[in-house]
Ligand binder design. Structure first.
Ligand code: NAD
Ligand code: UDP
Ligand code: UDP
Length: 319
């Protein structure tokens, strides 16, 4: 008799926005999923629907401490992602990226697991090359308020490539551009969740600076498809690989879209631009297209409609 062998896949940061969607996908694909999270920005609400599944397991753990488990694949997502949250305790943010990466790489080395790193477009800083290809080294302030995140993630990338060179680890590094969708934390300060929640409450929409800075927004389902394709790609593809939607919008355009789509009476309120806020950002996704056959398929309006529906229900439940 033949037994189906399930892959044992660990997701750090699995109770967060992206991590919880990834856990859903991995369970749907028939894997055993170990979700590791310290609930700093994640919440049980994001994964409660998986808790009765015998193939899903939750461990409360901080990745800055060693962890000994037996797994075949690791997705390392643990790290607060919104500027508001990662600047709350910046030293812990750097520790999470750097000590967290060392521990997870040590675990991957011992278990011979394949390991994926959720890196970020923030490694490009305030980019002088536009759109950003993977071979652009970036323009990052090493001592500013965003540095704990940017430099933490850059150091994590260094560690991943050194473990590959030194210990032959199978690594997959994704540079994720702004992603949005259901289960973003309503108070986490990121622009899409802020604008939708403000619009639904008919409160002022807070635009930092003059709103001419740009971002490219990817819907979560598209991104998760990219994660899985990268993890399943041949071992020679270590990355980094940009994953994001190349559609580029100014923050003012986003505000107007959200107001129109929600039928809100909110007005725009201009507030100071935070320091080191990148002026432009758009991924060059040629590598992902070529090597993974991946392109985002969900338009901003379509994804926003789904996100708006999610926040409407959340606000109805919680006020
Ligand atoms: P999120 O804040 O919703 O999720 C992060 C998760 O990590 C949370 O569940 C949090 O509790 C957990 N966590 C934080 N520190 C931890 C620690 N020390 N030990 C264990 N768990 C810890 O953010 P997200 O948007 O889901 O981001 C997930 C990953 O993707 C992050 O690494 C982030 O840097 C990266 N990323 C996200 C975006 C985006 O637009 N969402 C863009 C670029 C990169
Ligand atoms: N580590 C871990 N789980 C493991 C194996 C290692 O958390 O299953 C941690 C371990 O505590 C160490 C780190 O990963 O600090 C790096 O491990 P590595 O083997 O690369 O280095 P060393 O143990 O030689 O410092
Ligand atoms: N932003 C804004 N109003 C808000 C939240 C964010 O104008 O209420 C701006 C922010 O200054 C930045 C962009 O929107 O230029 C994206 O911000 P976010 O925090 O979502 O992500 P990141 O700056 O990390 O790309």
């Amino acid at each position: 008799m033949q037994y189906a062998i399930r892959k044992r896949v660990m997701v750090t940061g699995g109770a967060g926005f992206l991590g919880s969607h990834l856990c859903d996908r991995l369970i749907a694909d028939g894997h055993d999923v170990l979700c590791v999270d310290n609930f700093f920005t994640g919440t049980k609400d994001n994964i409660v629907h998986l808790m009765d599944d015998p193939h899903f397991e939750l461990v409360r753990h901080d990745v800055t401490f060693p962890l000994y488990v037996e797994v075949d694949e690791i997705y390392n997502l643990a790290c607060p992602a919104s500027p508001v949250h990662y600047q709350l305790d910046p030293v812990q943010t750097t520790k999470t990226s750097v000590h967290g990466a060392i521990n997870m790489l040590g675990l991957a080395k011992r278990t011979k697991a394949k390991i994926f790193q959720a890196s970020t477009s923030e490694v490009y800083g305030d980019p002088e090359v536009h759109p950003q290809p993977e071979d652009y080294w970036g323009h990052v302030n090493p001592i500013g308020r965003r540095s704990c995140y940017d430099e933490g993630k850059r150091c994590a990338e260094t560690l991943f490539f050194d473990y590959r060179r030194q210990h032959n680890l199978r690594i997959k590094v994704a540079r994720i551009f702004n992603t949005y969708g259901p289960r973003m934390h309503p108070n986490d300060g990121r622009v899409v969740s802020n604008f939708i929640v403000q619009a639904l409450r008919n409160e002022p929409i807070t635009i930092y600076g003059d709103g001419s800075q740009t971002r490219s927004f990817c819907f979560v389902d598209d991104l998760i498809e990219g994660f899985v394709r990268l993890m399943d790609s041949p071992d020679d593809l270590a990355g980094p690989v940009n994953l994001g939607n190349p559609g580029e919008f100014t923050i003012r355009e986003l505000a107007e879209k959200v107001i129109n789509m929600t039928g809100s009476s909110s007005k725009l309120r201009y507030e100071p631009l935070p320091s080191d806020d990148p002026t432009q950002r758009r991924p060059d996704i040629a590598l992902a297209r070529e090597r993974l056959g991946w392109v985002p398929t969900i338009k901003l309006e379509t994804g926003l409609a789904t996100a708006i529906e999610y926040f409407e229900e959340l606000l109805r439940e919680r006020g």
